[in-house]
Ligand binder design. Sequence first.
Ligand code: SF4
Length: 240
Amino acid sequence: MLGNNQILPQQITDGKSLWVQEIFPTIQGEGPFAGHPAVFIRLAGCNLRCFWCDTDFESSQWQPSLDEIDEVVSQLLSQIKTNLIVLTGGEPLRQNIVPLLKHLITLRNLHVQIETAGTLWLPELGDLCRSHRSALSIICSPKTGKINPQLAPFITAWKYIIRHGETDPNDGLPVMSTQSSGTPLQLARPSPSDAPIYVQPLDEQGNENHNSKHMQAAAKIAMQFGYKLSVQIHKIARLP
Ligand code: SF4
């Protein structure tokens, strides 16, 4: 997309069908479940526009019902051995994913990980987080200066994209806007701060010189501040 996506508002429907970009099996390459086989459900659309984002999340016309999603997920789970479902995007909390979460967690007994930028909230998500805490992980990768205060208490891990030369010497975390290139902005800091923090080098496709600097910066920051280095295993394995 590289900053060309539409900025779409949150759309809370009954959640019985969702706008989905794609559903695919892979290895979770990032964060606390790195290395685990997983079925990814990529929800379409995003409420942000990061200028370096290279993910295609809005070219699909697919609006499957929950039954249709379940059928695809079941088929993929018969091909790979895992109980991990990753809801990613775009921004998965832009749509009402609560009925899908309930279905996957309570009916199918699966573990769901949500990957979010942390700006949005869904009214029924709190109850589900409280009642199924061990079956639901929320990984927040802040792209703005503030995290939604209702979401914050349920965040289980933080992930920051590290660009060489654009981090705060006091905590190693980003100090530049993701929405406007070259604009200073302190991205939201971990709160609660007891959840693990992952630092992941920015991947500038085709620019190995820059990528090497981002990797060195992320590794150094991880060692200096006690964060965990996340290295996108799926890309090394040439998986989607
Ligand atoms: S929040 Fe994520 S999906 Fe949305 S534009 Fe930024 S990097 Fe891309």
